[in-house]
Design a protein around this ligand. Structure first.
Ligand code: COA
Length: 160
C-alpha cells in the first residue's frame, strides 16, 4: 500500500472512491469535484493498493471571517471492501505527521469515538455551522480566540 499526494490524473479514481464510501448521497463526491473545479487550496492524499485507490483524505482552509484560522479535515474515506483493516487510521496518522499539517489548528466534524484516538478533542468554540451544539465538532491545537462561527470553503455549503 502506498500513500501519495493526489494528482489531477487520479481525480476520477478519488471521486469514484467517495461515491462508494458514501453510498447514501453524493454530497462528498460533489464537494470533491467542486473544490477541484474552483481550484481551492487543498492538502490531499490517496492510498493506492494494486493500482486501485482505496482511501482518500483532504484538508481545506478554515476561516475566521476572511482570515484562515486552521484546516478542516474532510472527507476521509476508505473503500467499503477495505474498511476496518486499519487503513483509515494509517492514512489519518500519516497526514497528521505531514509537514503541511503537523503544526496547524485542525477541525473535524466526525465521530468522537474514532477521532479522539488520534488526538482530537471536543471543540466548544468556534461554532460549527453544520452541527447543533458542536456535539461532533473536534479540534487539535485550537488556538483560536473569541466567539465566532468557523467558516468553510463555500463548496461545503452546496446541497446542505
Ligand atoms: C470511517 C472510516 C474512514 C474509517 O476507516 P477504516 O479504515 O474503516 O477504519 P480503521 O480500520 O482504521 O479503524 C477502525 C475503527 O473505525 C471505526 N469505524 C469504522 N467505520 C466508522 C464510521 N463510519 N464512523 C465511525 N467510526 C467508524 C471502527 O468502529 C473501528 O473502531 P475500533 O478501532 O474502536 O474498533 C471508513 O470506515 C469509511 O470510509 N467509512 C465510510 C465513510 C465515512 O463514514 N467517513 C467518515 C469520516 S468523514
Amino acid at each position: 500500500m502506498k500513500i501519495r499526494e493526489l494528482t489531477p490524473e487520479e481525480y476520477p479514481k478519488a471521486s469514484a472512491l467517495l461515491r462508494q464510501a458514501f453510498p447514501n448521497g453524493n454530497y462528498e463526491t460533489r464537494l470533491f469535484e467542486n473544490l477541484h473545479k474552483n481550484e481551492k487550496k487543498l492538502q490531499e492524499w490517496i492510498c493506492i493498493h494494486r493500482n486501485k485507490a482505496i482511501a482518500y483524505i483532504a484538508y481545506s482552509n478554515a476561516f475566521c471571517g476572511k482570515k484562515v484560522c486552521g484546516l478542516h479535515l474532510a472527507p476521509l474515506a476508505v473503500a467499503p471492501e477495505m474498511q476496518n483493516q486499519g487503513i483509515g487510521s494509517e492514512l489519518l496518522r500519516f497526514s497528521l505527521r505531514h509537514k503541511f499539517i503537523k503544526d496547524k489548528t485542525l477541525f473535524v466534524l466526525g465521530d468522537p469515538n474514532f477521532y479522539t484516538k488520534f488526538g482530537f478533542g471536543h471543540c466548544d468554540m468556534p461554532i460549527c455551522p453544520f452541527d447543533k451544539n458542536n456535539e461532533h465538532f473536534l479540534a487539535i491545537r485550537n488556538n483560536t480566540s473569541g466567539i465566532f462561527t468557523v467558516g468553510y470553503e463555500q463548496e461545503f455549503l452546496i446541497g446542505m
